[in-house]
Write a protein that binds this ligand. Structure first.
Ligand code: 5AD
Ligand code: SF4
Length: 477
């Protein structure tokens, strides 16, 4: 008999109003602070920024346990894959990696292979891993990260497979360690989970209910980041503008934005807002402080009211466009990006054309576009879908033509302009070419001298490509 704690999507779908904030849940017993001594770990992260941020927490925990980061998976004693379940191809990539790392295990039988993230929350996936991927030693879910020291200890000392996935709504767990990937830009969680239950989406099942961190804690984190020299924070949540609703706040997101802006950290971004929860106060706040960046990711998913309803998006084409117009009017010159799904079950040609016409209206700066991918356990996966795959692929191609058209059109407007760029660092190929982003979140590759990540520089744009700009840093006198 094993003592696996397996996931259950049904349990994960429950929702209660209770908010639990845990300040002392993470403990690292003295004897585990040296468990990783002399050992190296390698983390591969898939998916969204929530996973990126979780990987920083996992790194922080591993560092506290005496592990050090490996530059390459081949030299690691622990390989951890932080997985994404949003679409089938994301999952197939991960399964392929488990196949690839099997070879590493043959060479080093002491190597531990671990799986974290959203795929670990899916019962079907975990069943499959248990059946077909014996090389995976440790599986833990998105709610179990704080338990990593104890789970690793069991896997290392008892040399047996460990599976622990809680399928719960989740609490807010504070005071976890973190080893941040960058020293000039940081992700800051403001809330976790999602209660929207869009019919195609697995996230409400894998990440629990919407729950917000206390405002004071978030603002303090940003203040400390600023003190440590960080230039940009991105406020993170599945639905950032539902921030504070669970804590009984009104217009919580607007309040939070204001408090974060007052820290005077130079650049503030946020992702992802849901059009439904974007209230007037939040729209007004976008223009009130210059350190709130004029770049907004506002997922629309479809331009058809029939499809939006079937997706349970809880807004219409008209209300989306009204919000879009209001933000655009409030923040002139802002850039807009979006997410779109084509081929939602039985989407018709006319409905798809409505998506294209919405795209023309909004003329987005860029978009993430996807073909609908049925996720087991979600309502949309149960709909009998009569649209052939080729039709969906053709729609994606036609949509992507528009994406490129408008991306290029917007980028061309930057020719000869002088823009502020936050330097990320030198490019991999040439040390005198740097990469960074404008306030509108445009990628710029530019010539410069002796720059460091985090330097804010004025750059003159000399060339415009579809998805990036070239330029030259203007020397200060
Ligand atoms: N199929 C295709 N795309 C999806 N997304 C979420 N779930 C699915 C799915 N089942 C897309 C949505 C979302 C983005 C993060 O991923 O566009 O905004
Ligand atoms: Fe998924 Fe919809 Fe929640 Fe976004 S709002 S995470 S698409 S359920």
């Amino acid at each position: 008999m094993n003592d696996y704690k397996l996931p259950s999507l049904r349990q994960a779908a429950r929702r209660s109003k209770e908010v639990v904030i845990e300040d002392n849940l993470f403990v690292l017993p003295e004897e585990l602070k040296t468990l990783g001594k002399g050992k190296k770990y390698f983390i591969r992260t898939h998916g969204c920024q929530a996973n990126e941020r979780d990987s920083e927490t996992i790194s922080g925990i591993l560092n506290d346990m005496g592990y050090t980061a490996a530059d390459d998976a081949s030299e690691a004693d622990l390989i951890l894959i932080n997985t994404c379940a949003i679409r089938e191809n994301a999952e197939l990539k991960v399964l392929g990696e488990f196949g690839f790392f099997k070879e590493y295990k043959r060479r080093n039988p002491d190597l531990l292979l671990a799986m974290a993230g959203c795929m670990a929350q899916e019962e079907k996936t975990v069943e499959e891993i248990l059946r077909k991927y014996p090389q995976v030693d440790l599986i833990f879910g998105t709610h179990n990260i704080y338990r990593l020291p104890l789970l690793l200890e069991r896997a290392v000392r008892e040399k047996k497979r460990v599976v622990e996935v809680y399928s719960k709504q989740g609490e807010v767990i504070e005071n976890l360690p973190a080893s941040r990937a960058l020293s000039h830009k940081a992700w800051v969680n403001i809330m976790y989970g999602c209660d929207k239950f869009c019919t195609y989406c697995i996230v409400p099942y894998t990440r629990g209910k919407e729950r917000s961190r206390r405002m004071g804690e978030i603002v303090e984190e940003v203040r400390q980041l600023k003190e440590a020299g960080y230039k940009e924070v991105t406020l993170l949540g599945q639905n950032v503008n539902a921030y504070g609703l669970d804590l009984g706040m009104e217009s919580g997101f607007a309040q939070l934005l204001e408090e974060v802006a007052k820290t005077e950290i130079p650049r503030i971004r946020f992702t992802t807002p849901h059009p439904r929860n974007f209230d007037e106060e939040a729209v007004a706040m976008l223009a009130k402080y210059p350190n709130i960046m004029p770049s907004f990711h506002l997922p629309v998913q479809s331009g058809s009211n029939r499809v939006l309803k079937a997706m349970n998006r809880s807004y219409t084409r008209e209300t989306y466009l009204d919000l879009f117009d209001r933000i655009k009017k409030t923040v002139p010159g802002a850039s807009f990006t979006t997410d779109i799904i084509v081929g939602f079950p039985n989407e018709t040609e006319e409905e798809f054309l409505e998506t294209l016409s919405l795209y023309d209206y909004c003329a987005f700066d860029n978009a993430f576009t996807f073909i609908f991918s049925p996720r087991a356990g979600t309502p949309a996966a149960k709909i009998e879908d009569l649209t052939p795959r080729e039709v969906k692929e053709d729609r994606l191609r036609r949509l992507n033509e528009k994406v490129v058209y408008y991306a290029k059109k917007h980028n061309l407007e930057y020719q000869d302009r002088i823009v502020e760029v936050l330097t990320d660092g030198p490019s991999k190929k040439r040390s005198d070419i740097y990469a960074g982003y404008t306030k509108e979140n445009k990628l710029v590759n530019f010539q410069g001298k002796d720059l460091r990540p985090g330097d804010l520089v004025q750059v003159k744009i000399t060339e415009c490509h579809n998805f990036s700009l070239n330029g030259v840093a203007i020397e200060k006198d």
